[in-house]
Design a binder for this molecule. Structure first.
Ligand code: UD1
Length: 420
């Protein structure tokens, strides 16, 4: 299994190009199920999750091809020939459940493995199922699978989500685009990735109002057509490298990064002492003076993202003063804490909150990555630590960060991947 070795203490200096957003790319690929025509997606990040999604769509009958040599432009097309999403693929990636709505909407049946628990919490799919039931689907859960059927077409419905879910909003938005009649999704997620999906669906002919707000109104049409769409830059990759510049005491230009997609991340990082300047084609991030403790609570967009919590905690572990980090989205997302503490951080968890008491320095250690964002948190700690840090289980990292070690090494960091 690959590992990453970092020798800490070098400030980042240089430029990093931010890739396309993983969490936009995955639902956009699923949108390929909504048409028999070709959907061309550009700015696709090169990640393990993209490969997994390609595999899933291919076994549904969709041809997925990279049409440029750089592997960043995907063509999807073809008719649905199989409606089963098998356990072996779904267990690798929860976003697989996004095929449920589009399959029911297009062919009236779907058999999708239940995603089950994962390291960061139980993560049920009840909102996806309830919303689709309101649109006329019937479900039977047996043998670890969701068996869904619709008599005729899915019908438009007024759906009020009891709380915000990114995945449920995406599933229902896609299904509603080709359902019979009007659907209103209230208390919908407003993440920039939802806006990106909606923009692509509109380019495919869908009729959607309220994009960017928490109420989406969709007038279903019988058929969507092909389109070309460029994926937005990854705001979590942006925030993660901003933390890298800050924790190492360096400066980095993040090419392609968008300030208007960062929500509360900008305010919190600035409060902590990170300088963020918007330029023509990206953002310049610097740590001017010391870092200060800042309190955060994770919330749906535009609040502070749960996907930035572990990275921010690494940053706060070397800030002056204390910070309180409260996780409200996932119930078990502090697994990086014991690993950060092994590197000398002083973090105590009390229920959903962690108190981080800043220390003057961290020390390198062998550590274990437990999930995608925790992996990056440990790399960040390694940048600031004295001596050598080895991050084990980097397959988590490869699901969502493209070429981290190359991007950081190009900015002067002493980092390498050890294969095997
Ligand atoms: C997406 C992101 C993930 C991010 C998360 C929250 C993708 C591929 N993944 O995940 O990186 O951390 O949003 O910003 O875009 N819930 C239910 N029932 C449901 C659905 C969700 O109880 O039917 C709960 C979840 O367990 C969680 C909360 O709602 O506690 C938010 O989850 P959701 O927004 O759905 O996250 P994902 O779409 O899975």
């Amino acid at each position: 299994m690959d590992r990453i070795r970092i020798r800490g203490g070098r400030p980042l200096s240089g430029e990093i190009t931010v890739g396309g957003a993983k969490n936009a790319a995955l639902p956009l690929m699923v949108a390929g199920l909504l048409t028999d025509d070709r959907l061309i997606l550009s700015n696709v990040p090169r990640l393990a999750d993209i490969q997994t999604m390609s595999q899933l769509l291919e076994q549904h009958g969709i041809a997925v091809d990279f049409v440029t040599n750089d592997g960043r432009t995907l063509s999807l097309g073809g008719a649905i020939t199989n409606t089963e999403a098998p356990y072996d693929i779904v267990r690798k990636m929860r976003a697989s459940v996004l095929v449920l709505g589009p399959l029911l909407a297009r062919v009236g049946e779907a058999r999708v493995s239940l995603p089950g628990g994962c390291a960061i919490g139980t993560r049920p799919v009840d909102l996806h199922l309830k919303g689709l039931e309101q649109m006329g689907a019937r479900f039977n859960l047996a043998n670890g699978y969701i068996d869904g059927k619709v008599d005729g077409r899915l019908r438009g419905a007024a759906i009020v989500f009891p709380f915000v879910s990114v995945g449920a909003t995406e599933n229902l938005l896609m299904a509603a685009s080709v359902a019979d009649g009007r659907t209103v999704l209230a208390n919908a997620a407003r993440e920039p990735e939802i806006g990106d999906l909606a923009a692509c669906l509109v380019a495919m002919g869908a009729r959607i109002e309220g994009i960017g707000s928490d109420t989406l109104t969709i007038d279903g049409i019988a058929k969507l057509h092909g389109a070309e769409h460029a994926i937005i830059p990854d705001r979590i990759e942006t925030g993660s490298y901003a933390c890298a510049a800050a924790i190492s005491g360096g400066s980095v230009f993040l090419r392609g990064a968008r300030l208007d997609h960062l929500g509360a991340t900008v305010r919190i990082l600035r409060e902590a002492g990170v300088d963020i300047v918007e330029e023509l084609n990206g953002l310049t991030i610097r740590r001017l003076n010391g870092l200060h403790g800042a309190d955060v609570m994770t919330e749906p967009y535009p609040g502070f993202p749960t996907d930035m919590q572990a990275q921010f905690m690494a940053l706060m572990s070397v800030a002056e003063g204390a910070s309180m980090v409260t996780e409200t989205i996932f119930e078990n997302r502090f697994m990086h804490v014991p690993e950060l503490n092994r590197m000398g951080a002083r973090i105590n968890v009390h229920g959903a909150s962690a108190i981080v008491r800043g220390v003057p320095g961290l020390s390198g250690a062998p550590v274990m990555a437990t999930d995608l964002r925790a992996s990056l948190s440990l790399i960040l700690a390694g940048l600031a630590a004295k001596g050598e840090t080895i991050v084990n289980r980097v397959y988590h990292l490869d699901r969502g960060y493209e070429a981290v070690e190359q991007k950081l090494a190009a900015c002067g960091v002493d980092i390498e991947r050890i294969s095997g």
